[in-house]
Ligand binder design. Structure first.
Ligand code: FMN
Length: 274
């Protein structure tokens, strides 16, 4: 079903592929070479852990050739990862220049490797740019004014009123004149739709920044999308999808010179006793 193939000349019959399989869909065949068990292969979640663990690269699954896979020696060090986390910044000033589609697509393809619950991968990136983004931006600010006019801007959303006012005065404090807006949604049938989308955007954020592309998480757009389902529908994000979150992207028109230090977080070790 998932194209589970073993190169018998390379297989050392160590059983590691069977051991790591989360759904016990792999077992030894008659000669000890692993097979997808007919009664279990329908449970395969296509996680590719069997391919990842094989010591000799004997296993192909989901059409992925082990020879083309990234090697473990390329794992970034903790110091490199720390540098990325310290150096990534919220960008609120963008150059008036599009990120080339190939680069944006490459970053999305990197983020596609982030984990999803049961590996369901039901995510979609809705991308707005150029004239479409300009129209959406106008619609969002108009929607804020519409909700306000009807008395529907709750206390929790009252900051949006100031933002719409600033827009009418020529300041775009929500979209920051960024060239690209990404809206992530997930198929409602996924086990963890909201979590998947936010984890994916976190991956997109870091991948983009490592490629010199600035990003900004957008809670204000997320709030509007929640308050105005008609805006979501106009973007093709209907009831069968869960809207997860929004992010801006573009080349930064600000140069940060150093990373930040936010200290650590509370770690609470509990001596659990019933
Ligand atoms: C979930 C989330 C939503 C955010 N929404 C916005 C937003 O709508 N507008 C904005 O200017 N910044 C937004 N931010 C950026 C935060 O203010 C920023 O991450 C924080 O101040 C730390 O700065 P840094 O990202 O440069 O480290 C958001 C951040 C997160 C994580």
């Amino acid at each position: 079903m998932h194209g589970f193939k073993v190169d018998e000349a390379l297989c050392v019959k160590c059983g590691e592929c069977a051991r790591v399989c989360a759904v016990a869909a792999i077992g030894p065949g008659d000669d000890g070479v692993p097979v997808h068990l007919p009664a279990r292969e329908g449970f395969c979640i296509a996680c590719q852990q069997c391919l990842a663990v094989c010591p000799t690269g004997a296993l192909t699954v989901c059409g992925v050739d082990p020879k083309g896979c990234v090697d473990f020696s390329q794992m970034p060090t903790l110091a490199q990862t720390e540098a990325l986390f310290r150096l990534r910044r919220s960008v609120r000033f963008f150059k008036d220049e599009d990120v080339p589609p190939e680069l944006l697509e490459k970053i999305v393809s990197v983020a596609a490797n982030a984990p999803t619950g049961t590996n369901s991968r039901k995510l979609r990136y809705t991308v707005l740019e150029g004239e479409a983004l300009r129209r959406f931006r106008e619609a969002v600010y108009g929607k804020i004014e519409e909700l306000d006019g009807k008395g529907l801007l709750t206390e929790k959303l009252s900051h949006l009123r100031r933002m719409a006012k600033a827009w009418r005065q020529g300041r775009d404090v929500i979209f920051r004149n960024a060239p690209h807006l990404l809206l992530v949604s997930s198929g409602r049938e996924a086990m963890t739709p909201l979590e998947d989308g936010i984890i994916s955007l976190a991956a997109f954020d870091l991948a983009a920044q490592s490629a010199g592309v600035g990003t900004l998480w957008l809670c204000f757009v997320a709030q509007i999308m929640e308050a105005a389902p008609d805006l979501r529908l106009a973007l093709g994000i209907g009831g069968e999808r869960v809207f997860c979150y929004a992010m801006l992207a573009g080349f930064p028109d600000v140069r940060f010179r150093r990373g930040v230090d936010r200290g650590s977080m509370e770690i609470h070790r509990v001596d659990f006793c019933k």
